[in-house]
Design a protein around this ligand. Structure first.
Ligand code: C2E
Ligand code: CA
Ligand code: CA
Ligand code: CA
Length: 276
């Protein structure tokens, strides 16, 4: 038994070595991509389903390698987080998104909102609030049109720090939403204390609408929760008319998804908005 244990142990470490090397390789490639400006931001419109008008957009990061391949964010964001690169990259995304927001306002889309993803390492960084203040000041983007998306799991790690940071964000006038809501397990009393502006229903629950697994009971419950907390709610990953109609019947009026638009480059977003 002992020798078997040892061999499976060494097999495990070899495997881990490969994984770590791959992660380190990707980390270096990501840093080079950031420095060489091969990262860019795309914008997915957010729609008021009652009017079918775009009321805002979510900024999403893209990485196109030199040979023209896209690396999916689900692959490189964890590496950016793990290596700490996310702090600089995230600040750059925030500044780019605020800049584009201001450009859209200048084009006449006043009151257009911009949502930006903020990861844990970025949010809990001591200089995060300074970088937010600077992004707002430098771009002149109005704070009330900037919305920070944090995840539900972040709401659980350090509640005291989170509540304090949220309070300071509020004082700056920016908005906060909880992304992927329903996939974590934050307590409802905690949610009330956090005083956020919006819940984002995770795509997985929107997907259930019109599928075999049901008619979207969890999505419905999240809409009801947002109503009782008196905060806004948006559904992500809306792909069918049936999902849109069902969400509206639940009382959710904001949506984002391929039914309306894919994430667009800033040029495409401007053209898309102008054509509406
Ligand atoms: P997320 O914040 O939940 O973003 C929504 C994801 O759903 C995006 O994937 C978007 O392209 C995709 N999506 C939107 N509508 C639909 C739809 O109708 N159907 C389907 N199947 N998918 C849809 P994306 O762009 O690949 O981003 C994946 C994740 O990477 C994001 O999930 C977010 O967690 C992270 N991410 C992206 N950009 C950033 C960033 O700038 N900073 C941080 N910290 N995370 C980011
Ligand atoms: Ca998001
Ligand atoms: Ca999400
Ligand atoms: Ca999601």
């Amino acid at each position: 038994a002992k020798s078997h244990q040892r061999s499976s142990f060494s097999y495990f470490t070899v495997d881990m070595g490969v994984e770590i090397r791959e992660r380190v390789r990707m980390m270096h490639a990501l840093r080079a991509a950031f420095e060489n400006e091969r990262l860019f931001v795309v914008y997915q419109p957010q729609i008021d389903m009652r009017t079918e008008r775009a009321v805002g957009a979510e900024a999403l990061l893209r990485w196109k390698t030199e040979d023209g391949q896209f690396v999916p964010p689900d692959q490189f964001i964890p590496i950016a987080e793990y290596s700490g690169l996310i702090v600089d990259i995230g600040e750059w995304v925030l500044r780019s998104a605020c800049f584009e927001l201001m450009e859209l306002h200048k084009l006449g889309f006043t009151e257009f909102k911009m949502a930006v993803n903020v990861s844990q390492a970025q949010f809990s960084h001591p200089l995060f609030l300074d970088s937010l203040k600077r992004a707002l000041a430098d771009t002149k983007a109005p704070a009330h049109c900037v919305e920070l998306e944090i995840t539900e799991s972040m709401a659980m790690t350090d509640p005291a720090l989170l509540i304090q940071t949220l309070h300071q964000i509020k004082q700056l006038g920016a908005q906060v939403s909880i992304d992927d809501f329903g996939t974590g397990f934050s307590s409802l009393s905690h949610l009330q204390k956090l005083n956020v502006d919006k819940l984002k229903i995770d795509r997985a629950f929107v997907n259930e609408i019109g599928s075999k697994s049901g008619e979207g009971n969890i999505a419905k419950m999240i809409v009801q929760l947002s109503q009782s907390l008196n905060i806004k709610v948006i559904a992500e990953g809306v792909e069918t008319e049936h999902q849109a109609d069902t969400l509206m019947s639940f009382g959710c009026h904001l949506a984002q998804g391929y039914l309306y638009a894919r994430p667009l480059t800033k040029e495409d977003l401007r053209n898309w908005l102008a054509s509406k």
